[in-house]
Design a protein around this ligand. Structure first.
Ligand SMILES: O=C(O)CCC(=O)C(=O)O
Ligand SMILES: [Fe+2]
Length: 257
C-alpha cells in the first residue's frame, strides 16, 4: 500500500510556497515530459560514454559531477566549477535541439516564480545543473538528506529552504520508489552522513509517504528532510535531477546539482 500524503499536482508559485511551508509533502506532476522523449533521453543517458559508477556503489551511475562529490576538497570544487558549463552542454547535447526536461524546468521556474529563477553561484562561480542517474536492478539510495550548507561547511549560500527535483525518465517494473520521512535527521544521523553513503534504513521508523512516479513525471520535495530510493526490481531506473534553493518569497529561486 502506497502512503500518499498531501501531494500538489501542479508546479506553481503557490505549490512551491506550500512545499516550503510543509503544508504539502511533495509536488508530483504526472506527464511533465512526453513519454516518447523520456524513453529517448533515458537511452541516450544510459549509452553516454561519460556515465560513471559512484565511488561506493557500482549499481548507481551518474552523468555530471554533483556538488556532493566535492566533499570539502578545494581541488574537487575547482574541478566541479571548471567542468560546469561543459557538463550542462553535455546533457543538453544528448537530445538537442529538443529541450531537455531540465532546461524545460529551468524556464518554467523562471516564469512561475515572482522573482524568477537563476543558476546557483558558489563563491562567485557558476554551478553545474542536471545530474542524470541510472540505478541498475538492486541499486538503492540509502536514507539521507541534502543540504548545501552542510556541503559548503557554512551558511554562505544564504538558503532558508532546499528542494530536490527529479524527472523520472525510465522507471523499473517494480521498486525504485521515493520514500519520504518528513523529518530532519537528528544530529547523530547528520554526523553519519558526513562519512557514510546514508543512514541505515533498518534503524529508522517507517517512511510517512511513498511515491511511485511514472515515466515522464516530475517530483519536487523538501531535500532537507530524510528521503531514500528503494531497490529497483526488474529494470533500470533513469532520472534527471537538480536542487532548488529558496531564500524567501521575494528572492529568486536558484538551481544546481
Ligand atoms: O531519485 C529520486 O527519486 C530521489 C533522488 C534524491 O535523493 C534527490 O534528488 O535528492
Ligand atoms: Fe537526495
Amino acid at each position: 500500500m502506497l502512503k500518499t500524503g498531501e501531494i500538489a499536482r501542479d508546479l506553481t508559485a503557490e505549490s512551491i510556497r506550500k512545499l516550503i511551508a510543509r503544508a504539502v509533502d511533495a509536488i508530483h506532476v504526472p506527464g511533465f515530459y512526453p513519454a516518447e522523449l523520456s524513453a529517448r533521453f533515458a537511452d541516450a543517458i544510459a549509452a553516454h560514454s561519460e556515465l560513471e559508477a559512484y565511488e561506493i556503489q557500482s549499481s548507481l551511475k551518474r552523468l555530471g559531477m554533483g556538488y556532493v562529490d566535492v566533499a570539502g576538497r578545494a581541488e574537487k570544487a575547482e574541478q566541479y566549477h571548471s567542468e560546469a558549463m561543459r557538463s550542462i552542454w553535455g546533457i543538453r547535447d544528448m537530445i538537442y535541439p529538443t529541450l531537455t526536461p531540465i532546461d524545460h524546468f529551468r524556464l518554467l521556474l523562471e516564469e512561475i516564480w515572482p522573482a524568477g529563477a537563476t543558476l546557483q553561484t558558489i563563491k562567485g562561480n557558476k554551478s553545474f545543473v542536471g545530474t542524470c542517474r541510472v540505478i541498475e536492478p538492486g541499486g538503492v539510495m540509502l536514507p539521507h538528506n541534502d543540504r548545501l550548507a552542510r556541503m559548503l561547511g557554512d551558511d554562505s549560500a544564504g538558503l532558508t529552504g532546499q528542494m530536490a527535483m527529479n524527472i523520472y525518465l525510465d522507471m523499473p517494473p517494480a521498486g525504485g520508489e521515493l520514500e519520504l520521512w518528513l523529518r530532519e535527521p537528528t544530529p547523530e544521523e547528520d554526523a553519519v552522513q558526513v562519512t557514510d553513503d546514508g543512514i541505515a534504513r533498518e534503524g529508522l521508523d517507517e517512511p510517512r509517504v511513498v511515491i511511485r512516479p511514472g515515466n515522464g513525471d516530475l517530483v519536487l520535495f523538501n531535500s532537507q528532510l530524510i528521503h531514500c530510493v528503494t531497490p529497483a526490481v526488474g529494470g533500470r531506473r533513469v532520472t534527471a535531477s537538480c536542487f532548488v534553493g529558496y531564500r524567501g518569497d521575494a528572492a529568486p529561486l536558484t538551481y544546481w546539482s
